[in-house]
Ligand binder design. Structure first.
Ligand code: FES
Length: 86
């Protein structure tokens, strides 16, 4: 079973988890910058910003979303839920 890379972002008491690979090319989104006001992460390679809530790209050149995962803060710890692919 192949692993998957997930970028986890915590903004205050809220946490977000999205697929770490940009949908435009094989680039790690976790190396980009987070905009806490718009709740987006920006791909460092070409600048597409992805919503941390939906995974949808908000700017070009990326046009496809990245997956989002359920993550919660429970007693100060992050609990990430990843369902198996079918
Ligand atoms: S590789 Fe992410 S926007 Fe191009």
């Amino acid at each position: 079973m192949a692993g998957r890379a997930i970028a986890v972002v915590r903004i205050g008491e809220r946490a977000y988890a999205i697929g770490d690979t940009c949908s435009h090319a094989d680039v790690s989104l976790s190396e980009g910058e987070v905009d806490v006001d718009s709740c987006e992460i920006e791909c460092w390679k070409h600048g597409s910003a992805f919503s941390l809530e939906t995974g949808e790209p908000q700017t070009l050149p990326a046009t496809r979303p990245v997956p989002v995962y359920d993550v919660r803060v429970v007693d100060g710890e992050l609990v990430l839920t990843v369902e198996n692919d079918r």
